[in-house]
Design a protein around this ligand. Structure first.
Ligand SMILES: [Fe+2]
Length: 365
């Protein structure tokens, strides 16, 4: 609730009950008026021509309404007052709550909390559990799926829709040395994120075990946020290097030549990590000044050592009917070496569609 406010020359200071006061620039408040003149309630789009607003506009009058639920402000360029709810002001003043309910983890933190039953997934409560696990830990395992593409499709369509890529939409694969990608080999696949060669890497990856007649081949998960936390705490310089230097990924083969680049830790305006990208297999030659080149190699050495240490890894052999689903913008995946036959099915889902599903279900705001 709003308990008081101060109209100043260029901003408004708002005092909330049980919170620190916040200062909002006049231009920001004026830009965010939600009335029929400034906002299209049908399409949820802004109507204000922001570039036409006077930079020196003033708050002429203010009034607290409905016991602090609303603040009304009259601006120097309009006669009718604009109303702002305390919820809107609070939600948009603090750092976005991206980190809320997110739990960076190391191997031993993961017990049974990430398992969900496929047969119960249509119940809203269980679907919410799946989303919560994906949000909190960055991954989940769905048990008791029928080992076919239908199960993959059903889960994908509950969250968003199947994304198309060079691998197709829904795919199945067995180890196949004819393919240009390391994923098809039987050697250990070290932890990585997929599609560092794509400007918009897939948000979720689904991997369903359809057949397993093999030895080894454990799926590996590593939380990129935990590695970031360790580096930030004990190797600040390396962490900074990994937030600054853009690393190019490349996929050459199968009739395509794809490239994209971004730092290992991509940050938002508030210096929070929004994406972890690391794929040593797909890394293209880096062109940097001599000193930065050495800094870069130092940084990825430490990063990769941590990602490959047992402490940070969760390992689990997927059995037929188990589907691993993970956030490819946060958690790295890998697979232990194996011998024998292993057949997998899967697909990708876009990050924004996963986020949208989380917002629609109030997992994030
Ligand atoms: Fe992969």
């Amino acid at each position: 609730m709003i308990k008081n406010f101060k109209l100043k020359k260029n901003n408004v200071e708002i005092f909330f009950v049980n919170r620190k006061s916040k200062i909002y620039p006049n231009i920001w408040l004026r830009d965010h008026i939600k009335n029929t003149e400034n906002w299209d309630f049908r399409t949820n789009q802004r109507k204000t021509f922001t570039a036409n607003l006077a930079p020196d506009l003033k708050a002429v009058k203010g009034k607290i309404l409905e016991n602090g639920k609303l603040l009304s402000i009259t601006w120097s360029d309009s006669s009718s007052p604009a109303k702002y709810s305390h919820k809107f002001l609070l939600n948009n003043s603090e750092k976005k709550q991206l980190k809320k309910n997110i739990k960076p983890w190391i191997g031993r933190d993961i017990k049974n909390q990430i398992y969900i039953d496929y047969n119960k997934i249509d119940k809203n409560k269980n679907f919410l559990n799946l989303l919560e696990s994906l949000h909190k830990y960055g991954f989940a395992v769905i048990k008791n799926c029928k080992p076919n593409l239908k199960s993959v499709k059903k889960i994908a369509n509950k969250i968003g829709y199947v994304r198309n890529s060079i691998f197709g939409g829904l795919w199945t694969f067995e180890s196949d040395n004819k393919k240009a990608d390391s994923a098809y080999s039987q050697e250990e696949l070290r932890p990585h994120t997929d599609s560092t060669y794509s400007n918009d890497a897939p948000g979720l990856q689904l991997l369903l075990c359809c057949k397993y007649n093999a030895k080894g081949g454990a799926s590996i998960m590593v939380d990129g946020l935990s590695i970031a936390r360790e580096l930030k705490k004990n190797h600040q310089k390396l962490f900074k290097t990994l937030t600054k230097i853009k690393v190019k990924g490349k996929y050459l083969g199968d009739g395509v030549d794809l490239e994209a680049e971004r730092p290992v830790f991509r940050l938002n305006n508030n210096k929070e990590i929004v994406q972890v990208s690391f794929n040593n297999y797909d890394r293209a030659p880096i062109e940097l000044p001599y000193k930065s080149t050495l800094e870069f190699y130092n940084a990825i050495k430490k990063f990769d050592q941590l990602a490959n240490s047992k402490k940070y890894q969760w390992r689990h052999i997927l059995r037929p009917g188990e589907l691993l689903i993970f956030n490819n913008w946060r958690v790295m995946h890998g697979r232990g070496s194996f011998s024998g036959k292993r057949k997998m099915a899967g697909c990708y889902i876009n990050k924004e569609d996963f986020d949208s599903c989380c917002r629609m279900n109030s997992i994030i705001n």
